[in-house]
Write a protein that binds this ligand. Structure first.
Ligand SMILES: C[S@@+](CC[C@H](N)C(=O)[O-])C[C@H]1O[C@@H](n2cnc3c(N)ncnc32)[C@H](O)[C@@H]1O
Length: 423
């Protein structure tokens, strides 16, 4: 029996979803971090289940030509769990992600498709892009990042994937007494910054001075966020429009992602004046706004979002477009209420858990000619594509974007059309 802590030599030849390489030991599958396909490595076992082992490559015996020196000193076995592929060239990272997406589509949805992961503009070294970073704080008040699959905190003095606007706040140089975590947020332009602090107890004590001025917000248990000082949100500009985005709400963390995804979604759906567009899981209205502009005053753009602050932001961001309407609530519940609505085009951009079979069925019931499904998880995307297939919707196009360099995460856009029709 292979125990946790054992070290083994093995060859890894494949990749798996989640930042793992795959090897075998005595007919048992071993998922290995910090390795690359084609490498022979010495692996320390970190976890054992009845079906497989998990481990990390503590020594590389035969290196892949794709291997590079990790730019971050906190990346590596036993260290920060934030990045998965710092030791791979950016080109290799994108090939690995493409393979993972293609594998998930094949295994879960029976779809065979070549996938290319596209580079986003800016940040050619894959660093300095992340406009929101949540630091965990240890008992002594020192901020850091969680180790992989652990509650332990790796103290860091800088996160290299963090946007300069985040780094300039100096969150990691400060001591955060009685704080559980602190999220640093910067707008892509660096014009606005905020820190969102979660206290360990019921009270928020005095906070350290930061190097750059910022709003301060407090996160309560359950996720509600309240401003302590300064404005509640940051301003982001996409396609020439300024959006207000709550510091505690959702916004794409890569500065180029909003623009690239908006263009890709609008190209895919090509909404026409007078049409009805739905934007499910609409957040602050990133896609609702261009949809509303495209369908014009004779059309309708209807967004659904559960977060109260995001709903307030979305309504504010769309205040000048009377054809736009935002409903607050759960998407499935809203879709049940909209059983009689007929849509022409739909954007579906759920959290990692995906939309699920019920949302797909209810959405298909609105009989849209095209659906743009924006997803950050290839497994739930594949599951939902299978559900769409059952509802008569075929995958017409799939794009993938490297919106999270150095990590295993990838953003995808799947375009679905009703079978028997063209887009
Ligand atoms: C991936 S974000 C997308 C937001 C937006 N489309 C964007 O790109 O900025 C998913 C959003 O869905 C919201 N959400 C999560 N579960 C939901 C549900 N069951 N019903 C409605 N909205 C939900 C979250 O608050 C979040 O704003």
């Amino acid at each position: 029996m292979t125990r946790v802590g054992t070290e083994l030599e093995l060859s890894v030849d494949d990749v798996a979803h989640g930042g793992w390489c795959v090897g075998r030991h005595d007919d048992q599958v071993v998922f290995v971090r910090h390795a690359l396909p084609g490498e022979r490595v010495r692996v320390r076992i970190t976890e054992r289940t009845s079906r497989f082992l998990r481990g990390e490559a503590v020594e590389v015996l035969t290196a892949s030509p794709d291997r590079v020196e990790a730019p971050c000193p906190f990346a590596g076995p036993g260290k920060c769990g934030g990045c998965d592929w710092q030791h791979a060239s950016l080109d290799a990272q994108r090939r690995i992600k493409a393979k993972v997406v293609a594998d998930q589509l094949h295994r879960i949805a029976g779809i065979d498709r070549e996938v290319v992961v596209e580079e986003l503009p800016g940040h050619p070294d894959g660093l300095g892009w992340r406009t929101r970073v949540r630091f965990a704080v240890d008992r002594d008040g020192r901020p850091g990042l969680r180790r992989h699959r652990s509650h332990d905190i790796e103290p860091v003095d800088e996160c290299l994937i963090a946007h300069p606007g985040v780094t300039e706040l100096g969150v990691t140089d400060a001591v955060w007494k009685d704080v559980r975590d602190v999220e640093a947020v910067a707008s892509a332009s660096c014009a606005d910054r905020a820190v969102v602090v979660t206290p360990t107890g019921s009270k928020l004590g005095p906070l350290p001075e930061l190097k750059a001025s910022s709003a301060v917000l407090r996160r309560f248990k359950g996720g509600r966020v309240q401003s302590v000082r300064g404005r509640r949100g940051v301003r982001e500009t996409v396609a020439g429009h300024e959006y207000r985005v709550s510091a505690g709400g959702f916004w794409q963390v890569h500065p180029a992602a909003g623009e690239v995804l908006t263009e890709a979604v609008m190209d895919a759906l090509a909404p026409k004046p007078g049409e009805t567009a739905l934007d499910l899981y609409c957040g602050a209205g990133l896609f609702t706004r261009p949809l509303a502009e495209a369908v014009g005053p004779q059309g309708r753009a209807m967004g659904v979002e559960s977060g109260a602050e995001a709903v307030r932001d979305a309504r504010y961001n769309l205040r000048d477009l009377e054809q736009a309407r935002i409903e607050q609530g759960d998407v499935a519940a809203q879709m049940r209420e909209w059983a009689d609505v007929r849509a022409d085009v739909v954007v579906l951009d759920p959290p990692r858990a995906g939309g699920g079979a019920e949302v797909v069925r209810l959405l298909a019931g609105t009989r849209p000619r095209a659906v743009a499904y924006v997803s950050c998880d290839p497994a739930t995307l594949a599951r939902d594509l299978a559900a769409f297939d059952g509802q008569g919707y075929a995958l017409a196009d799939l794009r993938a974007f490297d919106a999270f360099p150095m990590t295993h995460h990838v953003e995808m856009l799947a375009v679905l059309v009703k079978r028997g029709t063209s887009k």
